[in-house]
Design a protein around this ligand. Structure first.
Ligand SMILES: C[S@@+](CC[C@H](N)C(=O)[O-])C[C@H]1O[C@@H](n2cnc3c(N)ncnc32)[C@H](O)[C@@H]1O
Length: 138
């Protein structure tokens, strides 16, 4: 959705004014133009998504996932899991956690809540700006 806006290639995250005409592109070192229609990229991304899901289906294993939304600095994983899935939480408590993969925020470069404001609105997700690590506005 973000890529479909009237903006420059170098400024996908911090747009203030729409760009409706060709411009000198700092990212590509040439004259570029903003998107004038959502259709082309929409079709391309939809096809790509279907392809990725079908590829993933071939290698998918029988693992179990549960999503927790919380502040990574303070969330008590065992307790939160236990609230939702008691048996699984007890298993984690007993066996402990072997490791955690993280994709941490780009500190000082992005306002994640702002960047994804449309998603909070579309899906009715509660915003928690005050828990965001290293937002650009700070
Ligand atoms: C580099 S992005 C990783 C995005 C993720 N891999 C994905 O595919 O959606 C960093 C993420 O960390 C999130 N984040 C920022 N502060 C956080 C916090 N205190 N606890 C948990 N996540 C946080 C941001 O909202 C952002 O979605």
């Amino acid at each position: 959705m973000r890529s479909y806006r009237a903006t420059t290639h170098a400024d996908l995250g911090t747009l203030k004014e729409p760009t409706n005409r060709t411009y000198y592109c700092k990212k590509h070192g040439k004259i570029c133009k903003p998107l004038f229609s959502i259709a082309g990229w929409w079709k391309r991304y939809v096809k790509d998504t279907v392809k990725r899901i079908s590829e993933f289906n071939k290698i998918r294993t029988d693992t179990f996932q549960k999503c927790l939304a919380g502040d990574s600095r303070t969330i008590n994983i065992e307790r939160e899991i236990k609230k939702k899935l008691f048996a699984f939480g007890t298993l984690i408590e007993k066996n402990k956690i072997d490791g955690i993969f993280s994709s941490p925020p780009y500190v000082g470069l992005i306002n994640y809540h702002e960047q994804h404001a449309y998603a909070y609105e579309l899906f009715g997700v509660e915003r928690k700006d005050f828990t965001e690590i290293g937002p650009l506005y700070k």
